[in-house]
Structure formats: structure tokens, C-alpha cells
Ligand binder design. Structure first.
Ligand SMILES: Nc1ncnc2c1ncn2[C@@H]1O[C@H](COP(=O)(O)OP(=O)(O)OP(=O)(O)O)[C@@H](O)[C@H]1O
Length: 225
């Protein structure tokens, strides 16, 4: 599903040399990429999500493909049906134009021209997976940090993506809620034959739920397990 062969992204105003990344993964399930502050995790997640070149100006070289499509070929909107990215600041990812959590989670599927029944099914499933059924009728602006983080993940799941990129997406959750969600997400990926890539600073507790992991350091991806 993901192929990076000597893949290099050089931001337009880069002051330091960019590394060449090698990464291959074709199985469904959950994997992780770990890296310290400033190691380039978010940039890599954004590249995979389709931010280049519109939102990540610069140059790419080498081979970079996701689901058989070269990085940079399709726009963010075109990719949103198959690839979803959740970042660490939920407030930035809420649409800001809905009045309930239910409407917020339905926002993406409503843009896919699905029947009302199919949209409601997706919303129900996503709210259950993320333990958000109790928040269904709350206004998104009234949610706590952890609640909004779960709602943003629910919104991504409701798109039923083939690749789900989670960039420090559990940062506001308790260890208990993180473990519960990791268990649910690992099962969801297997059931849907989807790939979840977690981008995290610390291996624990994430690594216990992943079938493979890499370390991103000094512009290189090294297999950890
Ligand atoms: N390939 C690259 N070449 C040069 N600079 C890069 C490259 N990728 C990322 N950077 C720069 O490095 C900095 C850190 O990148 P990024 O935010 O992706 O790291 P991060 O691992 O997510 O950091 P944090 O954990 O602190 O959020 C940014 O200023 C970014 O523009």
C-alpha cells in the first residue's frame, strides 16, 4: 500500500539537507513510525495524505506511492475518500460549521453522495468505535480536548479510508482511553483490510498494538520490529 524508494522531499526554504526515505508496506493492519521532536513525522504524514504540492511546496525526488498512486498526483480532495489524516490538534480539524457531533461525523460522508441510510450507518459505526455515542447531540465547540480528539478520529473513520494516518492523534487521551482505541483500531484495520499508520514520539504503549514499526531519525527510516 505504501512504497517509498529513496524518496526525498525538500521544502522550498529548507536550510538543512533532506534525507532519503525507504519504506515498503503492503499488508492491512496497524504500523507505527516513531521519531523525536522535529524528526519530520508530521511532514511525512502530510506528504502521504496528499498535501504536496499545494500545502507543502518544494521538490520531491525518488519513488513515493500510496495505493499505487504517485505522491503529488492527486489533490487532497481527490484522496480524501481513500486516505485520511488525523493530526494532534483536534480544534484545527473540526469543520466549524456543524451544530452537533452527529452532523460533524456525517460531514465527510455527506459529500460522497451516499444515501441517508448509508450515511447514518457510517456515523453510527464511527461513533461506536470511538466511544462517542454519548456525545452524539453535543455541540462540537463544547467538547473537551480528549472528546474532540475522539470525534475527529470518528470523522476520519466514517470516510472508511483504505489508509488512515494518525499523527499523535491520541495526545489528549488518557492511557486507558488510548489503549481502548488502539485495540479497536487494530481490529477495524484487519476487518476493513485497511492500513493504519501511527506517527508517535514514544513507542509505549503504541508498539504493543502494531505489527511493524520504524524509527525516523536524521532523515532515515530504520525498521524497529
Ligand atoms: N525532508 C525534510 N527536509 C528538510 N526539512 C524538513 C523535512 N521534513 C520536515 N522538515 C522540517 O523539519 C521541521 C520539523 O518537521 P515536522 O513538524 O514534520 O517534525 P515532527 O517530527 O512532526 O515534530 P514534532 O514532534 O515536534 O511535532 C519542520 O520545520 C519541517 O519543515
Amino acid at each position: 500500500m505504501v512504497t517509498l524508494d529513496d524518496f526525498c522531499y525538500r521544502p522550498r526554504h529548507a536550510t538543512q539537507p533532506s534525507g532519503r526515505l525507504n519504506f515498503h508496506y503492503s499488508l492491512p493492519g496497524m504500523v507505527a513510525i516513531f521519531g523525536g521532536n522535529g524528526s519530520g513525522k508530521s511532514t511525512l504524514a502530510q506528504l502521504l495524505a496528499g498535501w504536496y504540492p499545494d500545502f507543502l511546496p518544494g521538490e520531491i525526488s525518488g519513488k513515493g506511492q500510496l495505493l499505487g498512486q504517485p505522491i503529488g498526483l492527486n489533490s487532497l480532495v481527490e484522496q480524501s475518500q481513500t486516505i485520511q489524516l488525523v493530526q494532534q490538534a483536534p480544534a484545527l480539524q473540526l469543520s466549524g460549521c456543524t451544530f452537533s457531533v452527529e452532523e460533524e461525523v456525517a460531514f465527510g460522508p455527506e459529500n460522497l453522495c451516499l444515501s441517508e441510510h448509508a450515511i447514518l450507518q457510517r456515523v453510527d459505526e464511527a461513533l461506536t468505535l470511538t466511544d462517542c455515542q454519548g456525545l452524539r447531540h453535543r455541540h462540537p465547540a463544547t467538547l473537551s480536548g480528549g472528546e474532540s480528539q475522539r470525534v475527529v478520529i470518528a470523522s476520519a473513520l466514517a470516510m472508511q479510508p483504505r489508509v488512515l494516518l494518525l499523527d499523535e492523534a491520541f495526545s489528549r487521551l488518557t492511557p486507558q482511553a488510548t489503549r481502548r482505541l488502539l485495540t479497536v483500531l487494530a481490529a477495524w484495520a484487519q476487518q476493513r483490510q485497511a492500513l493504519i499508520v501511527l506517527f508517535e514520539r514514544n513507542p509505549q504503549p503504541v508498539i504493543d498494538y502494531c505489527q511493524a514499526a520504524w524509527q525516523l531519525k536524521a532523515g532515515e527510516l530504520t525498521p524497529l520490529c
